[in-house]
Design a protein around this ligand. Structure first.
Ligand code: SF4
Ligand code: SF4
Length: 281
């Protein structure tokens, strides 16, 4: 069944980009299956917020969370390299089209699982975020990490074996199958050996540093983009579920393009962290 779900997701994305109203193209999705009761799942309440939703809040008999990563294309990334401080229109549009596809793909997955006698559901928190604290109470990326899809880079993105330039989604189910385990080897060059740091140099606001991430500064850049990219819709709903929470596309993505980890998972090896240089070509 894990293989079938993986193939269905990959086929769905392949077919979806043939729709006439879709301008985006995507790479082949990666799929992982997180243990709904993994000890590090509960730890998200400490790491992110006590309000972070747990899989069993969505399905009482949850066993797994299906997590998938849909890669963007190199061509799309190049538009966001060339567009200066703001995101490219293509980037903003693909962001919105990807989120819309996720809604439909997740609905399709729920139908498939239900037809086979399983339960499945999604977190409503995935469609919104706390605009004061600037956090989500359902972190797709943290759950994708538990599903073994990758490790976090300095840029706060999960770096998979095909890179970090793309987006994540999840579906909770009671499927009876063995979970995947989190990847333990670092894929970020800086975390691995203290080199690179290129993502930091791309950040237009100083939100990203080698020592941490200022989500308020980052969000200011996203708002500047939303003011300009306001014709592609807005994927996120208000926290009470009524309407969209922004008049534009709150995007940036400068720290996931033109970086060594954008389309390469890099060879995962365990090494001691050293130094603090920014020298990776
Ligand atoms: S650009 Fe370099 S430092 Fe930044 S996340 Fe990627 S590998 Fe890590
Ligand atoms: S998304 Fe943009 S503003 Fe936010 S950390 Fe990345 S480069 Fe900086």
């Amino acid at each position: 069944m894990k293989m079938e779900i993986t193939q269905r997701i990959q086929q769905y994305v392949r077919d979806y980009q043939d729709n006439d109203h879709i301008t985006s193209q995507w790479g082949v999705p990666l799929v992982g299956f997180a243990d709904a009761h993994h000890p590090e799942m509960m730890a998200l309440k400490h790491l992110i917020s006590p309000a972070h939703v747990m899989p069993w809040d969505i399905l009482a008999d949850a066993t797994l969370v299906i997590a998938y990563f849909v890669p963007f294309t190199r061509e799309l990334a190049q538009t966001n390299v060339r567009s200066g401080t703001l995101s490219s229109p293509e980037w903003a549009r693909t962001y919105e089209e990807t989120n819309t596809m996720f809604e439909q793909l997740n609905h399709y997955l729920i139908e498939i699982l239900t037809a086979q006698g399983y339960h499945a559901g999604i977190s409503q928190e995935a469609a919104t975020f706390d605009r004061e604290k600037l956090i989500s109470y359902w972190s797709q990326r943290h759950i994708a990490r538990l599903a073994g899809l990758g490790t976090f880079g300095v840029n706060n993105m999960l770096i998979t074996r095909v890179g970090c330039c793309g987006r994540y989604s999840t579906v909770v189910t009671n499927l009876d199958a063995a979970p995947d385990t989190p990847m333990r080897e670092e894929r970020c060059l800086y975390k691995r050996r203290g080199t690179c740091g290129i993502c930091v140099t791309h950040c237009p606001s100083g939100a990203l540093t080698l020592d941490g991430y200022d989500r308020k500064k980052c969000f200011q850049v996203c708002l500047q983009n939303a003011a300009v990219h306001n014709t592609f819709g807005s994927s996120y709903t208000k926290e009470d579920g009524t309407g969209t929470n922004s008049s534009g596309s709150e995007v940036c993505g400068k720290c996931v393009v033109n970086v060594p980890c954008a389309f390469s998972g890099l060879e995962p090896v365990r090494v001691k962290r050293t130094g603090n240089c920014i020298d990776e070509p």
